[in-house]
Design a protein around this ligand. Sequence first.
Ligand code: 6PG
Length: 262
Amino acid sequence: MNNNYFTEIFETPFETAKAVAAKFNELTCKYIKEKDIVNSALSGGKTPELFFDVLSNDYFNISYPEKINFYWVDERCVPPESSESNFGEAYRKMFSRFPSVKNLYRIKGEDNPEVAAENYADLLKKNLPIKNGIPVFDIICLGLGDDGHTASIFPGNDELLTTDKICAVSLNPYNGQKRITLTVEVINNAHNIIFFVTGKNKAETVRDILMKKNNYEKLPASHINPSEGNLYWYLDSDAASLIDINYFKNLRIQNSNEDTCM
Ligand code: 6PG
């Protein structure tokens, strides 16, 4: 495992969310100090809700959220008013309470999907620095589906694992809903990638990806391997319950009474 890969395990989803928010804040302060701005991308789904709570309640008053550009990793092809909208949910749960945080660059889920993907790619090429010929994020926050999807890259979307496109249209195979997603190439180009995963239902997938077991390459999240950036896996004890802790080099296990670094 690369030296720039880190696995951290916490007792509860809330403790894990606190650690993710602390890392996000640590990184944003680092980049704000270096270049007075930070480019981040958020994922959707249920898991980030705790992260949004902790980040906004504990850090938006003490750090510089107005200097953070918030982009999105993926979006469902719905309008922002929809409860399905990743931007909409983040806005209603977090950003709506902090009017000073204005740098929100949502994917326009209400537009024609191909057009929205093209337009978002153009926006990223215009706004972000370029590294290896493609836009580079400072921080990308990812979740993990129990089927091994991440962003909106689902098992079977093999073209999204290798395409040189920055954004693409994908299909949720479970309900046929169209989505727009960053591709693996632009995710792996990031300086920092943070996975935040909780729950027993993800334990087998986490084990297969992190310990490279059981046809793990078929799991899109196993292709998230930044060549130069840092990769952080933040797991609660349920999601980490099937991994062999001796397998990891950079592993930190924080439980109620101790903090063990392996
Ligand atoms: C989305 C997310 C997706 C999510 C996983 C995990 O648009 O749904 O970007 O990749 O991170 O599906 O979702 P949960 O956190 O709800 O388990």
